[in-house]
Design a protein around this ligand. Structure first.
Ligand code: GDP
Ligand code: MG
Length: 445
C-alpha cells in the first residue's frame, strides 16, 4: 500500500547529510508510484516529480532524520504548495463582495454533484455568513432536476425560484435575477444542466449563461472518484469558462484525492470546497495541507516528522513505542508525552496533526490544552513515588491526598489526571499494532 511505500522511503539511507541525485533517485521513483496510486494524472505526476526533485536536491538532512524523511517533507510541502496553500493551508474563500445579488454559477458534468452542492452552499452561506440566498435551476431538460433543487433548497431553508418550463435557460436566469434584486437576496445560485460527457451544446449554453449573468463565482464541480478522467472535463470547462474555483465532491468515498492535485494543476484554479457526503452538511472548506496528507495516505504524519526535526527526542519516542508494544506504558511515560507535547507547540496543534483515528482517541487530552494544566499534571506525577508512577493502581485514598497536597491541587484534579492517563493507556494499547507503531516508525526512520 501507499503507507508501506512511504514507510519504506522513510527508512532508506540513513546517515547522509544532504539529499543528492544518488540518494534520492530510488525514492523519487517511489514517490512517482505513490502519486500514480493516489490517482494523480500522469502528466501532472511528471511535472510534480520534476519539481520535487529540483526542490529536494541540496536540501539538508537535519538531525536524526534520514534522507527519506527529509524527502517526504519536501513532497508534503510541494503537494501542499501545488494545491494552493502554504503549510497552514489557508482556505480559498468565495469572493462575493460585489453589488448584490452576487451570482454563483455552477458548472460540471451530470452526476458531479452540482445540485447537491447548491443546497450545501445555500446552507453554508445562510448559516455561516447570514446571507439571504435564492436558488434557480437552469436544468430544464430533466423535470426531476428542478424538483431536486427545490427539495435541497428547502432543506437549506433558502429561497427557491421556480423556473417556467416554456422559458429558455437565459430567460429563466434573467427572471431569477430580477426576482433576487427585487427581494434583496445577497446571493443567487444558478444550477445548470450537465451532460454525461463533454458536449458542445452544453458548453455553448453555459458560456451564454456566463455572459448574461457575469457571475461573481463560477464553480466547477467535479467528482473526485473520477480520478484521472476528472482532468479531461476540467480542461474542457476551463477552456470555455473563466472558472473562479473548484468544488471536489464525493471525497467521503474511497477517492484518494489525486483528482484534487490534477484538477488544480490543470486549471490553475483554487479548490474552494470539498463534498464529503450526500447530506447538506457534507461540505468542507478545502485545506491543501490536509489533502496533501490524504494523497500521501498517512494523516498529517509528515508534518509531525517535520516538527520532530526540531524538537522531539526521537530516542525517547522509540523507547515509548517499545514500551507500548510491551504494554507497560506508565505515568513516567505519560509525563514524557506531556512535556513533548508542550515542546511541540501546544497540544491542540499537535492533535490537529495526528491521523484522525488517533485524534479521536486523544480527545480526553484536548480538555487540557492549556500549558498551565500540563504543568500541573507533571507536578502531580512528580509528587508520586517511583513505584506509584509505575503502578498508579497502588494509590489509595490517603496517598492521593498526600500527592494532591504535595502538588498543590485538589484530589479531584488528581483523579481526573489519573483517568486521563488511563484513557490514554487504553488508547495506546489499541493503537499498539497499527497507527501508533507506524507513527513512531515515522518519527524514528
Ligand atoms: P448533478 O447532476 O451534478 O446535479 O449531481 P447531483 O447533485 O444530482 O449528485 C449526483 C449524486 O451524487 C447524488 O446521488 C448525490 O447524492 C451524490 N453526491 C453529491 N455530492 C456528494 C458527496 O459529496 N458525497 C457523496 N457521497 N455523494 C454525493
Ligand atoms: Mg443536477
Amino acid at each position: 500500500t501507499l503507507t508501506q511505500r512511504m514507510a519504506r522511503i522513510v527508512k532508506t539511507l540513513r546517515g547522509e547529510a544532504r539529499l543528492t541525485e544518488a540518494n534520492t533517485q530510488q525514492m523519487l521513483r517511489e514517490v512517482r508510484l505513490a502519486l500514480l496510486e493516489a490517482d494523480v494524472a500522469l502528466p501532472v505526476v511528471r511535472a510534480l516529480t520534476t519539481r520535487i526533485k529540483e526542490k529536494a536536491l541540496g536540501e539538508e538532512v537535519i538531525g536524526n532524520l534520514t534522507p527519506g524523511q527529509a524527502l517526504v517533507g519536501v513532497v508534503q510541502r510541494e503537494l501542499t504548495a501545488v494545491m494552493g496553500g502554504d503549510y497552514a493551508g489557508q482556505a480559498a474563500e468565495l469572493q462575493l463582495a460585489v453589488k448584490a445579488p452576487a451570482i454563483i454559477l455552477m458548472a460540471g458534468l451530470q452526476g458531479a454533484g452540482k445540485t447537491t452542492t447548491v443546497g450545501k452552499l445555500a446552507k453554508f452561506l445562510r448559516e455561516k455568513q447570514k446571507k439571504k440566498v435564492l436558488t434557480v435551476s437552469c436544468d430544464i431538460y430533466r423535470p426531476a432536476a428542478i424538483a431536486q433543487l427545490k427539495t435541497v433548497t428547502e432543506q437549506a431553508k433558502a429561497d427557491f425560484f421556480p423556473s417556467q418550463p416554456e422559458q429558455s435557460v437565459l430567460e429563466i436566469a434573467q427572471a431569477a435575477l430580477d426576482w433576487a434584486q427585487r427581494h434583496y437576496h445577497d446571493v443567487l445560485i444558478v444550477d445548470t444542466a450537465g451532460r454525461l460527457g463533454i458536449d458542445e451544446a452544453m458548453m455553448q449554453e453555459i458560456a451564454a449563461l456566463h455572459r448574461a449573468l457575469n457571475p461573481a463565482e463560477t464553480l466547477f464541480v467535479v467528482d473526485a472518484m473520477l480520478g484521472q478522467d476528472a482532468v479531461n472535463s476540467a480542461q474542457a470547462f476551463n477552456a470555455t469558462l473563466p472558472l473562479t474555483g473548484i468544488v471536489l465532491t464525493k471525497l467521503d468515498g474511497d477517492a484518494r484525492g489525486g483528482a484534487a492535485l490534477s484538477v488544480r494543476q490543470i486549471t490553475g484554479r483554487p479548490i474552494k470546497f470539498v463534498g464529503v457526503g450526500e447530506k447538506l452538511d457534507g461540505l468542507e472548506v478545502f485545506h491543501p495541507g490536509r489533502m496533501a496528507s490524504r494523497i500521501l495516505g498517512m494523516g498529517d504524519l509528515f508534518s509531525l516528522v517535520e516538527q520532530a526535526q526540531h524538537k522531539v527526542d526521537i530516542q525517547a519516542a522509540q523507547q515509548l513505542a517499545n514500551k507500548v508494544k510491551k504494554g507497560d506504558f506508565n505515568l513516567d511515560d505519560f509525563k514524557t508525552q506531556l512535556s513533548q507535547m508542550k515542546n511541540m507547540g501546544g497540544l491542540s496543534s499537535l492533535l490537529d496533526k495526528l491521523p484522525s483515528q488517533f485524534q479521536a482517541a486523544s480527545n480526553p487530552l484536548k480538555m487540557n490544552q492549556a500549558e498551565g494544566q500540563i504543568r500541573r499534571m507533571e507536578g502531580m506525577i512528580n509528587a508520586m513515588t517511583p513505584l506509584e508512577r509505575k503502578k498508579p493502581e497502588l494509590l489509595k485514598a490517603s496517598r492521593k491526598r498526600r500527592v494532591a497536597t504535595g502538588a498543590g491541587v485538589q484530589v479531584q484534579e488528581l483523579n481526573r489526571m489519573l483517568s486521563q492517563f488511563d484513557q490514554m493507556r487504553t488508547m495506546m494499547k489499541k493503537l499498539k499494532g497499527g497507527n501508533m507503531a507506524n507513527m513512531m516508525r515515522g518519527l524514528k526512520g
